[in-house]
Write a protein that binds this ligand. Structure first.
Ligand code: HEM
Ligand code: HEM
Ligand SMILES: [Fe+2]
Length: 489
């Protein structure tokens, strides 16, 4: 009985909390929900692809490795974009001081995008093989890693991004502009514009790759980094009450450094694809500078949290923001720097070293900040309840899920790094990049063992993900203490 009444109070609080949300925040909850579901799908397909490394016959001709891998990384890009869009809708009204302009259009865009994503994933799973023709580019698969969505969906995605941009720019224009608002709007224009570089087809593979990297590299190492800079600036004000002047000054410095190094840092993908040799120098030099803004971000967030004595009423959100600062620095900064000089990349290019960096960077930089935002949102949904110290059960769910997710991804990263080191050594250095060398490296015990360890830590990551999902559905239910207001600005 007692349980029953707690559940009922929980449901009532939920309802009340939801009603108190602004229009933008309600829309954000929609985005966050789909993001979490796609995150789970990402992990599931990652596990299937990982299993196929050690059991090559597993699901062969039913759900092939290339399909699992594609769904794994596409689901990742899409859930992170959902998370970012949701985060911006979440704070848009607070930041601008007015209701969102054109919100019904924004709601429609959400449904259009969600239907498109569902259809694209179903087609990926149902039409796994076939010839590549101009109609397959339009309707099935565009064939560019990470952005395989067919062209009809591309056009839909661009339309949805334009609606989003309109919501953001028109709302700030009607209300008040701030430093964060200005940086955010310009960044979103760049983010939407760059997507166009991945939408056309060029028969020369070098030229095709050249443009494809404009989306991939310039997104994750320039526009996405700036976007999370804005999101983090806003959340530090809300969570800790950091003064606006402080976060905006940091934001400007970080953005200048990020664009200063990240734009020409693009050259680290132009070493071996048939582009002119000057990219070796440009790419090596500028990408080596890329970790600097990431160090600035660590200093910034730890400094702010320290000044405010880590006092806040949402411990999971703050913990994930700190995980973001370190994860971004480690995954992108340190793991990126390791293989970014052409002298080293000659040996490591396209090995599991790359996958090691890819996992830690995407998780550390972007999964973390999204999860932090999910917790910020869930707190308001549950009636702005207390989520600081002394949670019922000592908050074991968020703590364990955080531990399992971080240990799991770190464990996979180290396993892949060992495999990548072995490949660079045996396949490249010893065997001189021959076909024989490739197989010698793939069959070496260090490689095989690393693939098994990746699965162990992959399962750990999945368990962390499930626990996170459960925690987001339950944390704060039945909590009667309110979070005290924080004097931001
Ligand atoms: C959050 C930011 C970042 C993310 C999410 C990220 C993610 C990735 C991913 C997924 C790849 C593999 C791409 C592929 O499939 O071919 C990659 C490649 C690469 N990244 Fe990053 N990265 C980030 C930042 C950085 C930074 C700051 C550096 C350098 C300091 C860097 C250096 C590299 C290099 C050199 C490669 C090419 C690896 C190869 O030759 O195979 N990355 N990155
Ligand atoms: C359940 C745990 C996971 C498993 C078992 C797993 C497994 C895999 C596998 C087998 C691949 C293909 C690698 C290859 O082609 O050699 C892959 C690629 C990738 N995964 Fe995961 N993954 C997991 C979780 C994650 C997470 C949490 C993230 C980031 C948030 C992530 C990001 C990526 C990226 C960016 C790539 C492409 C890397 C590249 O192009 O080099 N994965 N994953
Ligand atoms: Fe890059």
């Amino acid at each position: 009985m007692a349980n029953q009444s707690t559940l009922e109070t929980g449901a009532q609080e939920n309802l009340q909390g939801l009603q108190e949300l602004s229009g933008g925040q309600k829309l954000a909850i929609h985005y966050f929900t789909v993001a979490m579901v796609l995150f789970m799908a990402q992990l599931l397909f990652g596990l299937l692809a990982g299993l196929q490394f050690i059991m090559p016959g597993f699901l062969y001709n039913v759900l092939d490795f290339n399909v699992n891998r594609m769904v794994h990384i596409n689901a990742m890009i899409v859930w992170m974009l959902y998370g970012f869009i949701g985060s911006v809708y979440w704070f848009l009204e607070d930041e601008s001081g007015v209701p969102i302009v054109g919100l019904p259009l924004g709601r429609l865009a959400f449904w259009v995008l969600t239907v498109a994503v569902t259809v694209v994933i179903l087609v990926f799973l149902l039409v796994q093989i076939g010839s590549g023709t101009s109609s397959s580019i339009w309707f099935i698969n565009e064939g560019r890693e990470y952005i395989e969505a067919p062209r009809w969906a591309d056009i839909g995605i661009v339309a949805v991004m334009l609606v989003f941009l309109y919501n953001v720019a028109a709302t700030f224009a009607k209300g008040k502009w701030s430093g964060i608002a200005g940086v955010l709007t310009l960044d979103l224009i760049a983010l939407a514009g760059l997507y166009l570089a991945g939408m056309f087809f060029v028969t020369n593979i070098s030229v095709d790759q050249y443009w494809w990297w404009w989306v991939i590299h310039l997104w994750v190492e320039a526009t996405w980094e700036v976007l999370v800079g804005c999101i983090m600036a806003w959340s530090l004000m809300t969570l800790l009450g950091v003064r606006r002047k402080v976060v905006q000054t940091w934001l400007y410095i970080e953005v200048a450094l990020m664009f200063g190094s990240g734009i020409l840092g693009l050259g680290h993908h132009y070493f071996w694809i048939g582009t002119p040799e000057y990219w070796l120098t440009i790419g090596g030099f500028f990408s080596a500078l890329e970790p600097i803004p990431l160090v600035a971000m660590v200093v910034h967030s730890i400094y702010d949290a320290g000044v405010h004595r880590f006092k806040n009423s949402n411990h999971p959100a703050l913990a994930w923001i700190i995980a973001h600062a370190f994860g971004n620095f480690l995954g992108a900064g340190v793991w990126g720097f390791m293989h970014t000089l052409p002298q080293i990349n000659l040996y490591t290019h396209g090995t599991q070293w790359t996958a090691s960096h890819g996992h830690l960077a995407f998780f550390g930089a972007y999964a973390t900040i999204n999860i932090a935002f999910f917790y910020l949102a869930v707190q308001r949904v549950r009636g702005n309840c207390w989520m600081g110290a002394d949670l019922p059960g000592n908050g074991w769910k968020w703590k364990w899920s955080m531990l399992l997710l971080n240990l799991g991804v770190m464990g996979m990263t180290v396993a892949l790094l060992i495999a990548g080191y072995e490949q660079s050594f045996i396949e490249r250095a010893v065997e001189g990049s021959t076909w024989m060398g490739y197989f010698a490296a793939q069959n070496h015990p260090w490689f095989v063992q690393a693939m098994h360890w990746r699965m162990v830590f992959g399962v750990m990551t999945m368990l962390g993900g499930i626990l996170l999902f459960w925690d987001l559905l339950t944390i704060g239910k039945g909590e009667t203490r309110k979070a005290p207001a924080i004097g931001a600005q």
